[in-house]
Design a protein around this ligand. Sequence first.
Ligand code: ZN
Length: 101
Amino acid sequence: MIAWGWKKKGEAEWSGIIQCQACQKWRLHYGIRVKRWFTLFFVPLIPLWSDSKVICAVCRHEQKLPRPEYEEIGREAAARLAEVDAANEQRAAAARAELAG
Ligand SMILES: [Zn+2]
């Protein structure tokens, strides 16, 4: 008997901050690539297709995007997240300095 089927595997490729289309706020989002595989005896053999989607970390709204757009948004989102991280780090350093007084 040959056991064949397919399997979906999602992989997070980036995270960053963009404006959510559902909650309209600037939120953390994840860029996820979902691949569908043809499996034989439960071993993934051939990738059938893949989708790129962006998911809001807060409301879980999903948006499917064409690959180039998905990658561009991912770069912008990651840059914005890095800015927020840097600003938080500065604020934390200022608070530490104040405490050390
Ligand atoms: Zn949202």
